[in-house]
Design a protein around this ligand. Structure first.
Ligand code: KIV
Ligand code: ZN
Length: 570
């Protein structure tokens, strides 16, 4: 190490600095005429779930047979046509599970089961035993090809690694003859494990050698699965590696190019997406990205990303709650609240300005809007994945009047006049600040009832009677409790409200006028309740709102007047 390097090393190891000097950058792929950046994804790839293998083998507590069955049933229900059901030569539980689904005829005709196997004769034989009697099988053979592993793990030359792979393919070819004779349709999948850490020319060389032995045709393609076993570079580098690979692979048309990304840098999905643009046909991954270390490519997010671009994802993901529930039960790993398309908070806005935009965007959409989904802050319609509009808005101290209005409208059918909203939302704001968290819809409703409906104060409506009198007028006789006394009032007017107000003004000496009156039905049917929202103005032109709810519209109105006067006296 020269003096300059020594100085950098010392600097990177000094306190306050990360030891970045330990690491070296990934070498770019020499591909200046790359074409993938101009490509657009227009259709879904062939999906293959590896939940029952890669996902399962990375769990603290691997799935029990029952859990495997549950996960398998879900994968079939979601529309996966290729499912890696296990590593039967490595695990008795996996072996038994593969036997069970074959013997109990649990594999639909259009589903192909996939089994993983290392390039070793005994394991290949055991794997053939596991899948005997199946209709369609993908025999997934792998060996590591990475430069580092060849050096430090296997101590093998390139030639020796190629021989290991081709010998294994020869054995598979021989042993599957018996399966094929018995009616099993076998597809070979070959994975140069740690493909992204393998010299590109060597990856092509070993895959070409495998094809040479297997002799795939256009009708019987081999699957070449190119894993980023450990994600080591930005996703564009993976795309470059793939474009380089497909350009150089002899007989590329006889191969299905499959991707299997991991997520060590947090870009496993992006790598698979760019990889598709670079010419891949098939994607392996897991639900919510479960898998070794940081996980595999999350197939739910990737499929939903396509869906949100107007592409048929060829997976049925509308019951996201069920997918989350089964996944959590089988993996014992909770789904994060911010998990794309599935987490509890991913369609929720707390911020006032976001809530306002969502409310207006939804109103525009409901009024006919445009043909396609376009609502601010909501990349997709939550109802497409079993969510509801109601969940989009939740209220905490960051929220404003739009959130309060949304909750009252959507949970309780109450649409407040703007001036009430301006008055009530600071009350909600104060409450959220005092509890330091979210206010649930029922808590907002309770606060509304306390503030405007069941208002503490001197007056209480006990009883009333309204009748028609001369000159097209109405008379109102009411009993009002004032402090501890019951007082009878009488008034006449053009309608019940007028008459009631006249009684209050004359008998109780309460100078008031009704302004801003509105009344509407809260729900439908014989039990329908009416809500009356009004404000009274006193002799000093101060306005006080009150709200009344009753099955009877007149009662609702009288209650709202009493509530408003009580608010005046608070
Ligand atoms: O990540 C990986 O390389 C694998 C292989 C077995 C395909 O899981
Ligand atoms: Zn993997």
């Amino acid at each position: 190490m020269n003096a300059e390097d020594q100085a950098v090393k010392q600097e990177s190891a000094s306190p306050g600095k990360m030891p970045f000097h330990k690491y070296k950058p990934f070498k770019p792929i020499p591909l200046s005429d790359r074409t993938w950046p101009d490509k657009v994804i227009t259709s879904a790839p062939r999906w293959c779930s590896v939940d029952l293998r890669d996902g399962n083998q990375a769990l603290v507590e691997p799935m029990t047979p029952n859990e495997k069955q549950k996960m398998y049933d879900l994968l079939v229900e979601l529309g996966f046509k290729e499912i890696e059901v296990g590593f039967p030569a490595a695990s008795q539980t996996d072996f038994d599970f593969v036997r069970k689904i074959i013997e109990e005829d649990l594999v639909p005709d259009d589903v192909t089961i996939q089994v993983l196997c290392q390039a070793r004769e005994a394991l290949i034989a055991r794997t053939c035993e596991a899948v005997s009697g199946a209709r369609n099988v993908i025999f997934h053979l792998y060996n590591s090809t990475s430069t580092l592993q060849r050096k430090v793990v296997f101590n093998m030359s390139r030639e020796e690694v190629i021989k290991l792979a081709t010998d294994a393919v020869t054995i598979v070819k021989t042993l599957v003859k018996e399966l094929e004779a018995a009616g099993t349709n076998v597809i070979l999948e070959y994975s140069p494990e740690s493909y992204t850490a393998t010299e590109m020319d060597f990856a092509v060389e070993i895959c070409a050698a495998v094809m040479e032995v297997w002799q795939p045709t256009l009708d019987r393609k081999v699957i070449l699965n190119l894993p980023s076993t450990v994600e080591m570079a930005t996703p564009n580098v993976y795309a470059d590696q793939l474009e380089w690979f497909v350009r150089h692979l002899p007989n590329r048309e006889c191969a299905t190019i499959s991707l299997h990304t991991h997520n060590d840098r947090g870009t496993g999905i992006a790598a698979s997406e760019l990889g598709l643009m670079a010419g891949a046909d098939r994607i392996e991954g897991t639900l919510f990205g479960n898998g070794e270390r940081t996980g595999n490519c999350d197939l739910i997010t990737m499929a939903m990303n396509m869906f949100s671009q107007g592409i048929d994802p060829k997976l049925y993901l509308s019951d996201m709650r069920k997918i989350v529930a089964v996944s959590e039960e089988c993996t014992k790993i909770p789904i994060h609240v911010r998990q794309p398309y599935a987490g509890e908070l991913v369609f929720t806005a707390f911020s006032g300005s976001h809530q306002d935009a969502i409310r207006k965007g939804m109103a525009f959409a409901e009024s006919g809007g445009d043909d396609t989904w376009e609502v601010p802050y909501l990349p997709i319609d939550p109802t497409d994945v079993g969510g509801s509009y109601r969940e989009t808005v939740r209220v905490n101290s960051q929220s404003g009047k739009a959130g309060v209005a949304f909750i009252l409208e959507n949970y309780f059918g109450v649409s407040l006049p703007r001036s009430v909203l301006l008055e009530f939302s600071p009350i909600v704001q104060q409450l959220t600040e005092s509890i330091g968290g979210e206010l649930k819809p029922d808590q907002i409703w309770d606060a509304f009832v306390k503030e405007y409906i069941e208002v503490e104060g001197p007056y209480q409506l006990i009883d009333y009677r309204v009748r028609s009198v001369a000159d097209n007028k109405e008379a109102c006789d009411a009993k009002i409790k004032v402090a501890e006394n019951e007082i009878d009032i009488h008034g006449e007017g053009s309608g019940p409200i007028d008459a009631f107000v006249e009684g209050l003004v004359n008998t109780l000496n309460e100078p008031l006028r009704v302004v801003d009156y509105q009344e509407y039905s809260l729900n439908e049917g014989s039990e329908a309740q009416a809500i009356c929202i009004l404000s009274i103005s006193d002799d000093k032109q101060n306005k006080y709102y009150g709200v009344g709810i009753s099955q009877n519209t007149t009662t609702a109105a009288f209650k709202s007047i009493i509530a408003a006067i009580n608010r005046k006296w608070q």
